[in-house]
Design a protein around this ligand. Structure first.
Ligand SMILES: [Zn+2]
Length: 300
């Protein structure tokens, strides 16, 4: 385990010198990557809208992937901006950029990793997480850690740096009332719930689900409309006499039942009034006064 005294960050002047404001062209650069200067409150609003639109779990996954991408892109820069530092010192580029970007103040607590074996164990304190502040501002204290973009960043950065999947989780979080956030990172397979965490890092195309639901709803509407149309045809297409209406009502009642039925009455009446798609089962009449409906056998 690396000693705490060896965990001091190198100076950040070399990183700051990589940031260029090209105001005439409306661009900001971090080395070769175009950047944006956005309001923390705007990110808070985006986060709020995502939670209210997608629900907590989907919003969490989206924001983790958003942060993961940023961490991955920053890790791509390390070898370019700090080619002369040792691997251990150069690792701090990510935590330092996290601070330079105004997202969180990172303080290393424990860090032990080996590039050859892939071993990794890192504990960091996060002071003044913008994400915890924005979450509390919009929703008040949470019941669980909320710094999803920051966790995504740490995981994406370290995964690229180590060449294997490293997952960070918050052990403490200011967003749920802890004094500050504290994170632990280790290889994915060393987390019991790594499958669930890694699933959050995969694309979640909600559009396909919405299209499927819309198609299902459309079919239900069509079926409902056809049902009403058939009823209208049944009533209006042949006749309006009282006896005929009685037959139609009986057919409608029979159609909604799973039980086989028979219609009794004059054979000619049953044949003439049979609508398309309905089967009228006829047998010898037991009453001459009016049609009736009763359990029966099917007769062709
Ligand atoms: Zn937090």
């Amino acid at each position: 385990m690396a000693k705490k005294e060896s965990l001091a960050f190198p100076g950040s002047g070399d990183l700051l010198s990589q940031i260029h404001f090209d105001s005439d062209k409306g661009k900001i650069w971090l080395h070769e990557q175009r950047m944006l200067l956005v309001h923390a409150s705007g990110m808070g609003l985006l986060r709020k809208e995502l939670i209210e639109t997608l629900g907590v779990r989907r919003a969490q996954g989206f924001l983790m992937r958003f942060g993961y991408h940023a961490g991955w892109k920053d890790a791509e820069l390390v070898a370019k901006v700090r080619p002369d530092l040792s691997k251990k010192e150069a690792f701090f580029t990510g935590p330092q950029l996290h601070g330079i970007k105004g997202m969180v103040n990172v303080r290393p607590v424990e860090l032990d990793f080996d590039m050859d074996s892939g071993k990794f164990h890192g504990v960091f304190d996060w002071i003044d997480s913008y994400e915890a502040e924005e979450h509390i501002q919009e929703f008040g204290p949470a019941e669980a850690p909320v710094c999803w973009t920051l966790i995504g960043y740490a995981s994406g950065y370290t995964t690229f740096y180590m060449g294997r999947t490293i997952i960070f989780k918050e052990l403490e979080c200011a967003g749920r009332g802890d004094a500050h956030c504290r994170i632990l990172g280790k290889p994915a397979e060393e987390w019991e719930d790594h499958a669930e965490i890694e699933r959050l890092l995969l694309p979640d195309p909600i559009a396909e689900e919405l299209f499927a639901l819309r198609h299902e709803l459309s079919e239900l509407r069509d079926n409902f409309r056809d049902s009403g149309t058939n009823d209208d045809l049944l009533i209006n297409s042949v006749g309006q006499s009282g006896a005929f209406r009685n037959v139609c009502n009986l057919i409608r009642r029979a159609a909604s039942s799973r039980v086989s039925v028979l219609l009794q009455g004059k054979p000619a009446l049953a044949r003439r009034s049979s609508p398309a798609g309905c089967t009228i089962v006829r047998t010898a009449p037991t009453s001459r006064s009016s049609p009736s409906i009763a359990p029966a056998y099917r007769q062709t």
